[in-house]
Design a protein around this ligand. Structure first.
Ligand SMILES: Cc1cc2nc3c(=O)[nH]c(=O)nc-3n(C[C@H](O)[C@H](O)[C@H](O)COP(=O)(O)OP(=O)(O)OC[C@H]3O[C@@H](n4cnc5c(N)ncnc54)[C@H](O)[C@@H]3O)c2cc1C
Length: 317
């Protein structure tokens, strides 16, 4: 049976959704689960989802992400855990950290996966390639440890742990770090990050100008959604880059993605075509987004979005 090691990210004192999905998947696969976190309360939460050992490093250097420090301490924790399968959500942080960990430990690595199949220590993962034009099934060979980064919102969550966990405190001392994070300035948005969001309302150049982007906020609010954007509007300075979905933005996989005035360029599709249901609103019936959409609405965003908002408000109230 596989021994799992799960790297958990957290926000506002809660394990992020992607981490909960991985804990549930590992528990369902029937393996022993260790986790890594910089916060003991997070380890205790993980116990409710089946983790039995928590590697916790509370050193102040790890409060903010430092690639060198994290690579050193996470590699050490993986070795100590004896895990054969290492899982993390395919976040910006994990995509920066785990190639370093894999290189340091000389083990196999697959990022941005959308499916995972466990068969004891053997693993098969599926990952999109070439901006989503095709996908590959990847098997690990000659690697005693397999590192897999999974996109969030792909797996169900179930709370099946017994709530008890053994905490192993890790010390960290590396006075010769080559870079030090002096300050992190957080964005002002209180919304759930796009990569974690279950519903996304995204806007594109069809909204014509920056102030019209606000049209999306009431719809997002009614649905409990996070607002995203195409690169065209990010480049135009209407919204910050953190909101960009696509090849050079964030990869998202929500249950529902509503694209408002977005043409559906391949680079945009690369970031959102893994969404379960795609609704496209576009005045041009031949816009490429309709080829990917589950439901297409040919019409003017300025008419359709307020109507949809009203209808959802009534239906959900
Ligand atoms: C290397 C590279 C990387 C890139 N990375 C990304 C990326 O990460 N993310 C990304 O999004 N793009 C990316 N792009 C840009 C991408 O190619 C497109 O230019 C961009 O996605 C277009 O954004 P858009 O759909 O908002 O604008 P447009 O393509 O201009 O589409 C606007 C759409 O709005 C519709 N419309 C107009 N008025 C209305 C109305 N009143 N009501 C309804 N619909 C209306 C139009 O019919 C049109 O389909 C990248 C490009 C390159 C070369």
């Amino acid at each position: 049976m596989a021994k799992f090691f799960i790297f958990l990210e957290h926000a506002d004192g809660q394990i992020k959704r992607g981490g909960l999905e991985l804990l549930s998947a590992a528990k369902n696969a029937g393996g022993e689960i260790s986790i890594f976190t910089n916060n003991e309360a997070i380890a205790e939460q993980a116990a409710k989802y089946g983790a039995t050992t928590g590697y916790v490093c509370k050193n102040s250097t790890l409060e903010n992400y430092n690639p060198e420090a994290y690579c050193s301490v996470v590699s050490e924790a993986i070795s100590k855990s004896g895990a054969s399968v290492v899982l993390a959500s395919s976040s910006m942080l994990a995509r920066d950290l785990f190639p370093r960990v894999a290189a340091k430990m000389n083990v196999g690595f697959a990022s941005d996966c959308t499916e995972i199949k466990f068969n004891g220590d053997n693993l098969l993962v599926r990952k999109p390639l070439y901006a989503g034009k095709c996908s590959a099934t990847v098997q690990f060979s000659n690697s005693n440890i397999k590192i897999v980064l999974m996109r969030a919102n792909q797996l169900p969550i179930s709370q099946t742990g017994n709530g008890s966990i053994k905490i192993e405190n890790l010390s960290f001392s590396k006075p010769d770090l080559k870079t030090v994070v002096k300050e992190v300035v957080r964005g002002t948005s209180k919304k759930l990050d796009l990569t974690e969001a279950n519903i996304i309302v995204s806007g594109g150049r069809g909204l014509k100008e920056a102030k019209n982007f606000e049209l999306l906020n009431p719809l997002a609010e009614v649905l409990g959604a996070t607002v995203g954007a195409s690169r065209a509007v990010v480049d135009a300075g209407w919204v910050p880059h953190g909101m960009q979905v696509g090849q050079t933005g964030k990869t998202v996989a929500p249950s529902l993605y509503i694209a408002c005035g977005i043409s559906g360029a391949i680079q945009h599709l690369a970031g959102m075509s893994g969404s379960k249901v795609i609704v496209a609103i576009n005045s041009d019936a031949s816009a490429p987004i309709f080829q990917k959409a589950t439901y297409g609405i040919v019409g003017d965003v300025f008419e359709i979005v307020p109507k949809l908002t009203e209808e959802f408000r009534k239906a959900l109230s």
